[in-house]
Design a binder for this molecule. Structure first.
Ligand SMILES: *Cc1c(COP(=O)(O)O)cnc(C)c1O
Length: 462
């Protein structure tokens, strides 16, 4: 076996590998549909000195941009000198609403402030409780806290990574106002059950669809199902504009209120830059700009085809790795008709890999040239909660016992989420824009590590 002890030797090895022209056609034959073994050395994981599964091919870059097709409108905007909110933002809003099959859309600065605004304009504030899963990006929770409301954590379903509908009702109190249904990783929440619970208890449903562009539940686009949906167009998201966000709803009055709030409190329809209309509410300024909208219109043209590719590749990759012991891929609810696959998640159970810890698995996978991450850490136990509860603002708004952090933690335990956070592995959405062969390479890398788990474990112990 090749000695392998430093980064340098790995680089040397990668070079030899690419010179030998091995590249992606390296695989174990034990996974159905994978190419036959190219040579004996191909079975040796990169972390043990073997050739990497991914020596030559590059992952699809993100974000995508084509100067020829994408820059005309952007240049027109730049040359017009009209950069602040005007007709191009309105056009983008119309196009995004149409893509979702929803009546109204308001573009704002980012997904975080789309959530903050939606929660605020639904009249949720001090003393109110909002149900939220702990398996999400921090902005889902901070948007509740920004409004002075209290996040109440509902544990997740380990198989789908989503809020567990069976655990929602136990968390409802007379103070509960809304459910924040987060379609995390771009995989839809079980909306039928969430909506039924919300109806029964007269709760609002806000969808955090910041990772779920064009995902569908029962043929309806997520974000259009609840009382409001929020999206992010941050650079890593499936519809990337650098920064950006949107609130969508079928409720005209609600979107008019959101418009006013994000536009100094001026009434909906009032001209941007006008100082004479008079403010109808206390507002702030969270406006989208014309050149952002021009980028968004260009990106929107490729989103549907990309979403189809992600769905096909996710399903294919899942079929290749699902029978490897220790790998438990995501499940979709029966009524999900399309995913967004902002991420491709599975649970890694080290018992299936001779006890090889997840971190060592990830390291070995990266050595094969497969980027991967361990995902979120639990949001229900992080220090930001105590910091908020200790703030003078919260001390004024809530009775002392509500802000007792130990009591709060005791009431907000989410053991399934804790377990999932310890087991999760993610691949990013751009990897799912590759070819079928790319998916085979990922599966080969996983399989190679699986077969050599014992040796890799020993490496870590030296
Ligand atoms: C990205 C994201 C947000 C926040 O969006 P920004 O545009 O980054 O502010 C909120 N919720 C979820 C689930 C996200 O992934």
């Amino acid at each position: 076996m090749q000695a392998f002890s430093s980064k340098l030797s790995r680089r040397t090895f990668l070079k030899q590998n690419s010179l030998a022209g091995l590249g992606v056609a390296l695989a174990s034959s034990s996974v159905a549909g994978l190419p036959a073994i190219a040579s004996k050395s191909a079975q040796v994981p990169a972390i043990l000195g073997g050739p990497s599964a991914w020596a030559e091919v590059k992952w699809p870059i993100w974000p995508q941009w084509n100067p020829e097709t994408d820059e005309k409108l952007l240049l027109e905007v730049m040359r017009s000198g009209i950069w602040s909110r005007a007709d191009v933002v309105t056009r983008f809003e119309k196009e995004w609403a149409a893509a979702l099959g929803v009546k109204r859309c308001l573009a704002v600065v980012n997904g975080t402030n789309a959530l903050v605004t939606a929660i605020h304009q639904m009249g949720i504030g001090a003393g109110d409780e909002v149900l939220v899963p702990p398996y999400t990006f921090i902005a889902s929770v901070s948007s509740i806290l920004s409004n002075g409301a209290m996040p109440v954590f509902v544990d997740i379903d380990a198989e789908t990574f989503q809020i567990d509908p069976a655990k929602i009702e136990a968390k409802i109190t007379p103070r509960t106002k809304a459910i924040l249904a987060v379609h995390i990783l771009g995989l839809p929440v079980d909306m039928d059950r969430v909506i039924a619970i919300a109806k029964k208890h007269k709760l609002l449903v806000i969808e955090d669809a910041c990772q779920a562009h064009l995902a569908e539940y029962d043929k309806k686009k997520v974000g259009s199902i609840g009382d409001a949906g929020c999206f992010s167009f941050q650079n890593s998201k499936n519809l990337p504009i650098g920064e950006g966000g949107a609130i969508v709803s079928n409720n005209d009055h609600f979107i008019d209120l959101c418009f006013s709030y994000t536009n100094f409190g001026n009434p909906y329809g009032s001209a941007v830059g006008s100082v004479s209309t008079g403010a109808v509410m206390q507002g702030t300024k969270l406006r989208f700009s014309e050149y952002q909208a021009a980028i968004g219109i260009a990106q929107l043209k490729r989103l549907d085809a990309q979403t189809t590719t992600r769905n096909e590749n996710a399903e294919y990759l899942k079929s290749l790795i699902k029978d490897i012991s220790g790998i438990v891929p995501y499940k979709l609810y029966d009524k999900v008709t399309r995913g967004a696959f902002h991420l491709f998640p599975f649970r890694y159970q080290k018992e299936g890999f001779k006890g090889l810890p997840r971190e060592a698995f990830l390291k070995a996978l990266r050595a094969e040239g497969v980027p991967c991450s361990s995902g979120y850490t639990p949001l229900n136990t992080q220090p930001y909660l105590k910091d908020t509860f200790d703030s003078e603002n919260y001390q004024r708004m809530y009775p002392k016992e509500k802000l007792d952090i130990n009591r709060y933690h005791a009431q907000n335990k989410c053991p399934v989420n804790d377990q999932v956070c310890n087991e999760a592995v993610w691949f990013t959405q751009n990897m799912l824009l590759g070819t079928k062969d790319d998916m085979k390479s990922i599966a080969s890398a996983v399989e190679k590590i699986h077969q050599n788990a014992e040796k890799i474990k020993t490496l870590g112990q030296k």
